[in-house]
Design a protein around this ligand. Structure first.
Ligand code: IMP
Length: 200
């Protein structure tokens, strides 16, 4: 027997908890167009070159998958897992590696693919680590950039969108592992009954 639809309002997003509100910041349509343009820009800089994408798990997965398809030409990819965030919205400020790359990047044209640049501490850590491994080129593509939060002196070579200092989810980004599957990038806010406070 088919399951009965729930009585929640159609504006409630999948996985959304009652104390959380979500507002679309960047629609999937805008993301698709921007990713296409970013891919064109990257290919212009590396016309006939195999590009080795290094995705930073897990937030970059959807962005990397779309970017890889738009890039065309020879593309390979690998993943690294680091964590700088604990549960919720607060950074621990420390970066630690959970999973290293599977293959060497020596002599390759590497494009680090990140979901979001916040303090920049994660990217700084990765760039220091990867430079030591002697890639031919080392470039960075980020979907989102919260410029005003920056602590580390790093910049992306290719940026999708500069966004205000708000906690965002969707298109790979999570809040406590939820919302990664939303097609849009949304701002998440916790209501009065939320257990965690949003940073000022
Ligand atoms: P950074 O080291 O402070 O630049 O943080 C980078 C990582 O923090 C990202 O790869 C995300 O995993 C996480 N992060 C920062 N801001 C947000 C956000 O607004 N939503 C979800 N994750 C975030």
């Amino acid at each position: 027997m088919p399951t009965k639809p729930t009585k929640r309002s159609p504006r409630v997003k999948p996985g959304q908890r009652e104390e959380e509100t979500l507002r679309v910041l960047i629609s999937h349509q805008r993301i698709r167009e921007r990713v296409r343009h970013m891919a064109e820009e990257i290919r212009r800089d590396f016309p006939n070159e195999p590009i080795h994408l290094v995705g930073v798990l897990k937030g970059s997965v959807l962005f990397l998958a779309d970017l890889a398809r738009e890039l065309g030409g020879e593309v390979s990819f690998d993943f690294i897992s680091v964590s700088s965030y604990g549960k919720g919205m607060d950074s621990t400020g420390e970066v630690k590696m959970n999973k290293d790359l599977d293959v060497s990047i020596e002599g390759r044209s590497v494009l680090v693919v990140e979901d979001i640049l916040d303090t920049g501490l994660t990217l700084k850590y990765l760039l220091v680590l990867f430079e030591e491994r002697k890639p031919k080129h080392l470039r960075v593509a980020v979907l989102l950039d919260k410029v005003e939060r920056r602590i580390a002196d790093v910049k992306a070579d290719y940026t999708g969108f500069v966004i205000p200092n708000e906690f965002v989810v969707g298109y790979g980004l999570d809040y406590d592992e939820r919302y990664r599957n939303l097609p849009d990038v949304c701002v998440v806010r916790l209501g009065p009954r939320g257990k965690t406070k949003i940073e000022a």
